[in-house]
Design a protein around this ligand. Sequence first.
Ligand SMILES: O=c1ccn([C@@H]2O[C@H](COP(=O)(O)OP(=O)(O)O[C@H]3OC[C@@H](O)[C@H](O)[C@H]3O)[C@@H](O)[C@H]2O)c(=O)[nH]1
Length: 464
Amino acid sequence: MAECKNLELHIAMFPWFAVGHMTPFLHLSNEIAKRGHKITFILPKKAQIQLQHLNLHPNFITFHPLTIPHVDGLPLGAETASDISISLVHLLAIAMDRTREQVENIFRAKTPDIVFYDNAHWIPEIAKQLGIKSICYNVVSAASLAIAVVPARNVPKDRAITKEELKQLPVGYPSSTIVLRSHEVDSLSFISLPFGDGITFYDRVTTAMKESDVISIRTCQEMEGQLCDYMGNQFGKSVLLTGPVLPEPAKSPSKGMWATWLDGFEPGSMVFCAFGSQIILEKKQFQELLLGFELIGLPFLIALKPPMECATVEEALPNGFKERVKERGRVLGGWVEQPLILSHPSVGCFVSHCGFGSMWESLMSNCQIVLVPHLGDQILNTRLLVEEMKVAVEVEREDSGWFSRKSLSKAIKSVMDKDNEVGIMVKKNHAKWKDILASPNFMSGYMDKFVQNLQDLVLVNEKA
Ligand SMILES: O=c1ccn([C@@H]2O[C@H](COP(=O)(O)OP(=O)(O)O[C@H]3OC[C@@H](O)[C@H](O)[C@H]3O)[C@@H](O)[C@H]2O)c(=O)[nH]1
């Protein structure tokens, strides 16, 4: 157990109801629990079943399930963003807001010292009344926060933000490379749309940050230092960084259900593709992607949700695809154990949407990285990896947003061809960054300092 002051903390966690948010909150909980502190983790009932295997310290981390109220327009039983399409998530925010009384009752009963939250902008109001410190913990990149949800963005209250306004960077934004191209700015237009009852996404997130005692971001100074400083200046608050907070590899890892099949291929020859927990492609784009994989001539494993209007991936396969690729490729429509697959010696390339979780997992792997971002934050994460760190390549898209089988296969081949200059460069840079991120005290150093800061925060409270 890491050394720290003797003050034992009790922390409540209340992440947005999405796997890409609850999972990193749980990784953070594990790190805090490992240092001897108690966690009450508040989440939808169904999500508890999905996440409990990631709870590495059940003696310290207790799940507290919520009943998610039904909101008109959501499918019956929907509890997390993975249960619904992206177009409905604003309704899930209403459902989250309607759990306020349940959450307040938990706080009254459990009396935590600190609460971590992200999308629930009303948490600081409850916390202040009960003498609990509130930390707005962001599990997306500092870049995506700094470009979209800072006071300098000045989103109009009475109308939707225009494309021209979105093209302008917020005053003082510190990067000229981690930006959206002009045909991509629409991916941010959601910030002025409702997200919850009578509140826009922008107002929700900026309120969540303004009202907090501390802003925290799951990133590191080495990669996003300037952007984190900008966030601190914008909100006039200290910004605590947790570092990447990835789980330690299990001592005796299960090999996972795909290991035997993967074992049959040459080391580093397999290309793995997954687009996180939310992306659902249109059928034509899904088929184009598969045909791109067919073109590369390498073995592949694709784990994507069935495309729009299809119940299964099988019914969306291009004609004759299965017969042509035979044993060389598999297309799965369900959840796979991504971290285990990325660590398998046969897997040499990861084609990802660059969701923030997948971004860290790709950096910590030995795989070449090919990126096909979809949402605004994924595009910015991609720019960070491609333009700043030069550890990955991005698949070229047309202005319409469409990517072709040719552009996909070109990007994959560029990193899988051992003599390709770009492939050699990204591999070398990736290895350097991996050395930094995986060095013995890198992550634990961030966490020790972070937990120390939490204790100081509570001690100041007690002395006051
Ligand atoms: O089949 C799968 C797919 C995904 N996963 C895991 O699920 C997690 C996905 O998280 P990501 O952040 O990459 O992607 P998501 O799309 O789920 O995240 C969401 O929240 C974070 C934002 O940055 C993303 O833009 C948003 O889409 C990863 O830890 C990944 O290992 C699996 O284990 N199996």
